[in-house]
Design a protein around this ligand. Structure first.
Ligand SMILES: [Zn+2]
Length: 159
């Protein structure tokens, strides 16, 4: 799942609670729920972690994803009045991939037993679409998750 979709779900979770601990845990939980929804990402064409830099398509995808996710994060953090709960909720939603899928530090971290087990769990729950003719479907599921999540924020802010 893209970082943008995880940030969007973290924004939604952060707008639905007033408690940072609940926001972090719910963000962490939603990360794994949305990873289980069929989606397209660089893993769809075989790029994972450190190999993202070896493939031009994956690099462009990753740079665009990080740029959009960061923009959404700061935009909605600003709209929330720089809510600490929203910040912590987004952190909870993004941190599983920041730990387990970074091209910089994930490979050595996965050698440590707790993170090795977490990586195995993270891989098992992931549903990455690998059939080329269905890649569009995996993009649509993420667009839907992002729209629903940001709508949840806007609806809860309007109350
Ligand atoms: Zn993940």
């Amino acid at each position: 799942m893209t970082l943008t979709a995880h940030v969007a779900t973290g924004i939604a979770v952060g707008s639905l609670t007033d408690n940072s601990s609940v926001g972090f845990f719910a963000g962490w939980l939603t990360h794994h729920v949305v990873d289980g929804i069929p989606h397209s990402d660089p893993g769809s064409w075989g790029a994972v972690g450190e190999s993202v830099f070896k493939n031009r398509r994956s690099l462009i995808w990753t740079v665009c994803d990080i740029t959009i996710a960061t923009t959404l994060f700061f935009l909605f953090l600003s709209l929330s009045g720089f809510s600490t709960v929203l910040f912590i909720s987004v952190l909870g939603a993004a941190i599983p991939d920041l730990i387990d899928n970074s091209p910089f530090w994930s490979k050595p971290l996965r050698k440590l037993p707790p993170l090795k087990w977490f990586h195995q769990f993270h891989e098992v729950i992931h549903y990455t679409i690998k059939v080329k003719k269905y890649l569009w479907l995996g993009i649509m599921t993420q667009i839907l998750i992002i729209i629903v999540s940001l709508a949840a924020f806007l609806l809860s802010s309007a109350r």
